[in-house]
Design a protein around this ligand. Sequence first.
Ligand code: FAD
Length: 162
Amino acid sequence: MYDVIIIGAGSMGMAAGYYLTESGQTVALIDAFDPPHDKGSHHGETRLIRHAYGEGSSYVPLALHAQGLWETLEKRTSERIFVKTGVLNFGPKDNTFLETVKDSAEEYHLPLEVMTAKDINQRWPGFQLDKDSIGYFEKSSGVLFSENAIRTYRILAERKWC
Ligand SMILES: Cc1cc2nc3c(=O)[nH]c(=O)nc-3n(C[C@H](O)[C@H](O)[C@H](O)COP(=O)(O)OP(=O)(O)OC[C@H]3O[C@@H](n4cnc5c(N)ncnc54)[C@H](O)[C@@H]3O)c2cc1C
């Protein structure tokens, strides 16, 4: 008998299973494969996490909350979960996505470095952006190790009941 049964134990399902287990619920996770695996959206080593969202500022509180949870998870494991590489968004000056990145950062007082094409080309010589481009560098964002995260959620949740 379980309190909750979750079908699909990838990024969302395994995280939900972990937090439900932490809250004292008994949880069964059902998956077609053996997560983490290479047949889901979570496959591969890494994913970006951004805070100043270009898709809309309403995502920012969720992203910041998630960031805190990733950092807490990392303290509970020897696995690498997050590396603060920073994230650079760039494109044409009038790009709507980039304008929303800037608005999101302003609304939530996030650190965002406004960079010209020249700044970017100098700091990262692999880029050769034309002069009409603009960039926003968000130094507090970075890279999540998605398969490590799923593996860690699974190990910690299983350990609680074994
Ligand atoms: C190439 C790529 C790059 C991406 N880059 C980023 C990024 O940089 N930053 C970011 O935030 N997001 C990124 N994403 C998106 C992110 O990876 C997904 O949003 C996230 O992994 C989705 O989680 P999920 O739990 O919905 O899916 P999954 O992690 O795929 O989990 C679904 C699980 O359900 C199982 N399942 C499916 N059907 C059944 C069934 N019928 N019965 C039993 N089990 C089933 C699957 O086996 C799988 O384990 C990227 C995605 C891809 C593919």
